[in-house]
Design a protein around this ligand. Structure first.
Ligand code: IMP
Ligand code: MG
Length: 183
């Protein structure tokens, strides 16, 4: 049982991801020079990108994690409501927060989260998403830093899951349709 056999198409290769992460890390290092950078990753999808991005950042930074969940929905859809399951440990006062996300899809999650974090008196709150699906957007949110634009398809790999699987796939791909059978 090799999970790679379930992939129909590779959308973003390991090499492309590596090059883009290096580029984003360099850009963030320049932009946040002299700032109190706090990278905030939303578990679990962004954990792979976070681990790579933080090592591409050459200035001092801290990291923190939060868990959010949406109420209801199926494995491939989210509803409009978001709740914090595990909050940040860090105090955001005066800090420059960069949210590290796996994919900006409908934008519903971050359109709720960004105002909540801004209420904690940070100096700034920005978004870095490795994938962007603008065709799916339901809010006017955009990523300040973004890796790759992907089409309106459900993708897996590089942290992104289907039914908690495929997060460990080192590239981003689309599953064969038979994998979704029964949903
Ligand atoms: P939102 O729709 O922008 O709020 O995205 C919420 C979350 O849904 C993302 O952070 C991902 O964890 C998940 N998600 C969105 N699109 C995909 C996908 O294509 N594959 C796997 N997870 C996804
Ligand atoms: Mg997910």
């Amino acid at each position: 049982m090799d999970m790679r056999d379930d992939i129909q198409t590779v959308l973003v290769t390991e090499e492309q991801l590596k090059a883009k992460v290096a580029e984003l890390g360099a850009q963030i290092s320049r932009d946040y020079a002299g700032k109190d950078l706090l990278l905030v990753s939303i578990l679990k999808g962004a954990v792979v990108f976070m681990a790579d991005l933080m090592r591409a950042v050459t200035i001092h930074c801290s990291i923190d994690f939060m868990v959010v969940s949406s109420y209801g929905g199926t494995n491939t859809q989210t509803t409009g409501l978001v709740k914090i399951v595990k909050d940040l440990d860090a105090d955001l006062t005066g800090r420059d927060v960069l949210i590290v996300e796996d994919v900006l899809d409908t934008g519903v999650t971050l359109s709720h989260l960004v105002p909540m974090l801004k209420m904690r008196n940070p100096n700034s709150v920005r978004i870095c998403a490795i994938l962007d699906k603008p065709a799916r957007r339901k809010t006017d949110i955009t990523a300040d830093y973004r890796g790759f634009e992907v089409p309106d398809a459900f993708v897996v790999g590089y942290g992104l899951d289907y039914d908690e699987k495929y997060r460990n796939l080192p590239y981003v791909g689309v599953l064969k349709p038979e994998i979704y059978e029964g949903e």
